[in-house]
Design a protein around this ligand. Sequence first.
Ligand code: TMP
Length: 206
Amino acid sequence: MNAQFITLDGIDGAGKSTNLAVMQAWFDERGLPVVFTREPGGTAMGEALRELLLNPQTQVSLRAETLLMFAARQQHLEDVILPALEKGIHVVSDRFTDATFAYQGGGRGVPLQDIEVLENWVQESLRPDLTVLLDVPLEVSMARINKSREKDRFEQEQADFFVRVREVYLNRAAAAPNRYAVIDSNREREQVKQDIETALSRHFGL
Ligand code: TMP
């Protein structure tokens, strides 16, 4: 099996941090070579763009925001993701292009076809082999966001924004069920953990 490109995504407050640790442990226990990385970010330039994009003071147009997400992604692919995959190292990215469809497309209203054009240009044929999509109802997402002391530029959005974000994630997963493992993250940690482990084991045929 070639090195696999796996992404973890979902609305804010879906529990990504806890479950990234579950994924890391799954790879470690099996001694599989893997790089964990994130978007926006993963490179020096990407992290600088992340600061800018998450800063509530930043004023940016819809198209500029979308292009900056893809600018960070291009550098990330070039410097981190593609070199790792070429060396036979699996890659797990904390968010990827599904987030652009969901947040810039669903949340902000950028036409999804425009995002597809950028996806094809920046990624060529590369798509995640597996996307673990963590899903929680809107109320749970909002309650978790409201607990954070300092909200970033996206977390400051209102409930209707996150309704649209979640809808795009779920629509994309429904349209390509083989690529997505949709995990109901609104349950006991142990149950969510087991589902993630099962999704990984199934994907790797282990
Ligand atoms: P996170 O690291 O807490 O997930 O924060 C990243 C934020 O950036 C999150 O609110 C989603 C947002 N985002 C986009 O809007 N578009 C994108 O393409 C990516 C990768 C993230």
